[in-house]
Design a protein around this ligand. Structure first.
Ligand SMILES: *Cc1c(COP(=O)(O)O)cnc(C)c1O
Length: 399
């Protein structure tokens, strides 16, 4: 697309360019920025035209639960950045995962899922999806033998989140994709922590990517949203579920996320720089017993992360000397860091996973995931790293 063109001809732009130029459909007002279409429905010239749009003879907007131009711009831009045929936007990250499960699985099917996926993913599978006769088994993200052994004749989906939260374990996407192909299951990767800037699971053989746009894609903690990315055939099934069931993205949120995508690359690079510096500082800190960040050379996932990611991301977890009391003391004595479960924000956030994000897991599940009472997770923002360190030192110096 030329800067002056109203059309969006496909060209082989690099990702930094597609993040800014893809999916932009100019309206007849020839505005330079992406237009925000806050409308629930669309008007037709006459009854014959309405009938032809409704029966799909003519392709176009009918109702915003089905399609909306602003949402479509976001979908096209994200698809281009993931190197995918199609993306479908959803109301939240959880709505993305829900629509994948609802559209692609049926009673009697089996999912193999990494055990340390996002807390709500696990709650949704365990409390709701199983009610519809879909079986779920959990395996350690990094244990390829366990994945292989868990696969059964009715396994239709392998689901993983890499790097994991909050332990930053790294799955071998290429190896999991091979396992999925060999058993005619589909590999779904939650790419929320890396975004397409740092990791492109489809290029490594995954079938489907899910996103929580709420995190880095927005980047400033303003809106909930999500997306599913993959080939046309699969996305048509997802679209079918979303149109019927309704967890679609609001046009306003899509407009915010479109802005987010334009700066995603430079923000992710800056998050990586800040996180690497914080991880190194924490690693040398006398009150810190362990740091979980794949960018550290002694992290077990370091070599793999280096191979399949183009950066190590913005999330750093660490254990303090002591237990819950000491961890809470560190958190409660920070002044600038935001105590909140959100991540992927310009503002650095701090959280105690065992009593918040992972509090709904059973004690056994938490132990399996390695989430101890002395663990703190930081989603490193874009403030000056010296201020982030100083703020943490306020608490660390007291324990
Ligand atoms: C936040 C998050 C989700 C869920 O996204 P929502 O937008 O909150 O529904 C899913 N996966 C990961 C890895 C997340 O961090």
């Amino acid at each position: 697309m030329s800067g002056n063109s109203d059309s969006n001809e496909e060209q082989a732009y690099k990702q930094a360019t597609t993040a800014i130029r893809s999916g932009h459909q100019r309206s007849h007002e020839h505005e330079h920025s992406e237009a925000l279409f806050l409308t629930s429905s669309y008007v037709f010239d006459n009854a014959d035209m309405a009938a032809r749009y409704f029966n799909n003879e003519l392709k176009g907007n009918v109702y915003s639960r089905y399609s909306n131009p602003t949402v479509r711009s976001f979908e096209e831009r994200l698809a281009a950045m993931e190197g995918a045929e199609q993306a479908v936007a959803t109301a939240s990250g959880m709505a993305a995962t829900l629509s994948v499960v609802m559209a692609l699985l049926q009673s009697g099917d089996h999912i193999v899922c990494s055990q340390d996926v996002f807390g709500s993913t696990r709650v949704m599978l365990n409390n709701y999806v199983v009610k519809f006769g879909v079986e779920v088994s959990y395996v350690r993200l990094t244990d390829l033998d366990a994945w292989q052994q868990a696969i059964k004749p009715n396994t239709k989906m392998l689901f993983c989140e890499t790097p994991s939260n909050p332990m930053a374990e790294v799955a071998d996407i290429e190896a999991l994709a091979k396992l999925a192909k060999a058993s005619s299951a589909q590999l779904v990767v939650d790419n929320c922590f890396c975004t397409p800037v740092l990791q492109q699971p489809l290029a490594l053989g995954a079938d489907i990517v899910v996103h929580s746009a709420t995190k880095y894609l927005d980047g400033q903690g303003r809106c909930l949203g999500g997306a599913v990315v993959g080939n046309h055939e699969t996305m048509e099934k997802i679209v079918g579920f979303l149109r019927a069931a309704g967890p679609t993205m609001s046009p306003f949120n899509a407009w915010v996320f479109l802005k987010g995508l334009e700066t995603l690359r430079i923000r992710m690079q800056a998050h990586c720089v800040n996180a690497a510096e914080l991880a190194t500082w924490l690693d040398a800190h006398p009150k810190v017993s362990k740091v979980y960040y794949a960018g550290l050379p002694d992290h077990p996932g370091h070599a793999l992360a280096k191979k399949q990611q183009s950066g190590f991301g913005g999330v750093v977890s660490f254990c303090v000397e002591g237990g819950r009391e000491q961890a809470w003391k560190v958190i409660d004595n920070t002044r600038m860091l935001s105590l909140t479960a959100n991540l992927g924000d310009t503002k650095t956030t701090i959280v105690h996973p065992a009593t918040t994000t992972h509090g709904r897991l059973s004690e056994v599940e938490r132990q399996q995931a390695g989430i101890g009472e002395n663990l703190i997770r930081i989603a490193v923002g874009l403030e000056d790293i010296a201020d982030i360190k100083n703020d943490l030192e306020l608490g660390l110096s007291l324990i």
